[in-house]
Design a protein around this ligand. Sequence first.
Ligand code: SAM
Ligand code: SF4
Length: 322
Amino acid sequence: MRDLRISVTDRCNFRCVYCMPREVFDANHQFLPHSAILSFEEIARLARIFVGLGVQKLRLTGGEPLVRRDLYRLVAMLAELPVEITLTTNGSLLAKQAKALKAAGLHRVTVSLDSLDDATFRAMNDADFPVAKVIDAIEAAAAEGLPVKVNTVVKRGVNDQDIVRMAERWRGTGHVARFIEYMDVGSSNGWRMDDVVPSAEVVKRIAARWPLEPIGANYPGEVAERWRYVDGAGEIGVISSVTQAFCSTCTRMRLSTEGSLFTCLFAQSGHDLKSLVRGGASDEELRNEIAAVWQRRADRYSEIRTEATSRERKVEMSYIGG
Ligand code: SAM
Ligand code: SF4
């Protein structure tokens, strides 16, 4: 167990077609009430216990983590731990908050951006949000000294024509472009294998323009496979959960907004930690429970995925945290 992803909210101001399709997450959708979600104090306490069990990296995610009020306060609480603190965000609210987040102790940020073409991006986020504002946010974060990765989910026929342009935009900037295979998360995005652009194809298309060579992982269990431009203009990453499953080296746990522990992004259910926390469990009891969940895990969904399994009920990514 090395990475903990913490979902701080199930809400989001975007309705990305592959994550929170508007037909499902509509005006009638019931988001969690405030009383059901972990407080910053509860999250910080659990994070400390996870770090005691070996976690070295905490990633705040959601939903859109920056819609949670005063998130920098949680960052400051977590920054007391001797681990890396990162954030994944759609960037819409980042420009305003980058300074406070950096000052609170955030180490790095991942900004999701699916296209540089404004019309394509607006269609994918389905909230009519412009590209220019996300680019401003990336620059604001970099200006604060935060290392930036830019995540692009590639969906065939939707934004795959933008792969090379995306690579070009971030080449030489120090920001790392990362291309993610479109996944069958949750049960609402209507995933089909035909919509997936394999990472091998992404690498081939970019390498045809600027030669690439593979480089080793930063640490064991890293999800992105790294490639470097031979001309020295930086690196890219590809995340191939569909075509090259990495279950066997997975070191991640996920804490949902409600305080349930999930051992896999594709899980059908979690392990309730919130009841233990609110029921007065000691740190030792929580530690034993978390360790037991980790020791029992046998998840390997990406290794056994088929079109049929993609239709099984799974927890939504906006709830569990991407
Ligand atoms: N709202 C934040 C954001 O968009 O960065 C954080 C949460 S989001 C669920 C985390 C990451 O998951 C994003 O980079 C997003 O693009 C990715 N994601 C969401 N649905 C996906 C899917 N079906 N396949 C692959 N990646 C997906
Ligand atoms: Fe919101 Fe992120 Fe999901 Fe898009 S990917 S709907 S920004 S949580």
